[in-house]
Write a protein that binds this ligand. Sequence first.
Ligand SMILES: Nc1ncnc2c1ncn2[C@@H]1O[C@H](COP(=O)(O)OP(=O)(O)OP(=O)(O)O)[C@@H](O)[C@H]1O
Ligand SMILES: [Mg+2]
Length: 481
Amino acid sequence: MATSTILVADDDRAIRTVLNQALARLGYDVRTTGNATTLWRWVQDGQGDLVITDVIMPDENGLDLIPRIKRIRPELRIIVMSAQNTLMTALKAADRGAFEYLPKPFDLKELIGVVQRALTQPNAPIARTNDDADGDEGLPLIGRSPAMQEIYRVLARLMGTDLTVMISGESGTGKELVARALHDYGKRRNGAFVAINMAAIPRELIESELFGHEKGAFTGATQRSAGRFEQSQGGTLFLDEIGDMPLDAQTRLLRVLQEGEYTTVGGRTPIRADVRIVAATHRDLRTLIRQGQFREDLFYRLNVVPIRLPPLRERSEDVPLLVRHFLGQAAQQGLPMKSIDQAGMERLKQHRWPGNVRELENLVRRLAALYAQEMIGVDVIEAELSDTEPAPTAAVVTRSENLGQAVERHLKEYFAAHTDGMPSSGLYDLILREVERPLLSLSLAATRGNQIKAAQLLGVNRNTLRKKIRELDIQVIRGLK
Ligand SMILES: Nc1ncnc2c1ncn2[C@@H]1O[C@H](COP(=O)(O)OP(=O)(O)OP(=O)(O)O)[C@@H](O)[C@H]1O
Ligand SMILES: [Mg+2]
């Protein structure tokens, strides 16, 4: 096999030396330079089988060089390394046709793996290039920790695709933000981004919400209504809290994903679904599968590309960047600009952040709004953190609230989920059924499936109970505790 020549451009001499030694040891012919001009000359001369380039160099930006290289030597692969480790760098590198993007500092073993892949992997279809309207402002995702870098790289690779993505992560880790970034920088960005939260919609309504309904499809359906699939046609449908989807709706969704078409509730004509699906959950779907609450086949349909967002405590090095970002946002909204002293920042980095980035964001807002001093010290941070601990998790909220408050909370969430108008009609019956279902099934469980005793307990006629069990399709399991 002929020796491959690798062209390396980086203004950091130490990096050039490391790469030179490592690659030469593997038998490659290596040429290094500290500037883009020399690299460009080599490429023009037809030299090299692979380029490894830095981004910021004294004479030219390595990313700007990529399209020029691609124009004269489309087959020449380019690996980009950068300490500018933002989502934008990863996206730009991928978008301009880089073979791979490696954040600095990189792992030498990984780099060698990429080099070998770049020199052997058969040519993929030439990547598209986009017009370049983005600056670094308004970057949607903040963080340069290794965990975030990995996410940027996955996102960058996904941008040219329509692959289904499953985002998991604790509450407040940025799942929705990532879903939006996938849409906003992807090839469907000119279509709509439509989100639907499975946890906020009563089970009876989910199918009609997803697929729409015809006039007269059920009591209260006084007119035709478009579902989220239809609204997101040509765009992205974000299925949030997918772990909360009821089983019957899961079955329906699976069929739609398999067949690529759906019908509205009460409708007959199949409609082609041209929708990119992104799903998210904070729950462990594998556990739900084991418990029989989530369909395994649907899971594999959705989990084509899994993205796991790390909790903030696993990337505490990102805390200062996030704090600065949120302080900047607060200042843009007219609040005075503040900063946090070093001890305060250290304290923030040590916090466990059960509510993740959202919790940090809220805390920074409070700091910007409530404190007069320009420099915030560790004592203020300490007081704020102890005020919020333990963070109110969903479990705590539900334990202290009564039934009426719980219903109120659910209804508020439900209405809030309909920012674009009113939910479909028939709400009264729907809500009563939501309450009846657990009432009956738990009463039956308490009487071990004995319907006579359950009717007594509930204070209703036995026939009424039987009718309700049938209507609500409640499973009666006898003799079970
Ligand atoms: N990497 C990040 N950079 C900047 N802001 C972030 C980042 N991650 C999350 N945020 C912000 O934190 C807040 C919560 O993010 P988001 O709503 O996407 O979380 P989530 O994972 O969907 O949470 P939940 O599970 O509670 O729905 C948002 O205001 C979002 O803008
Ligand atoms: Mg969310």
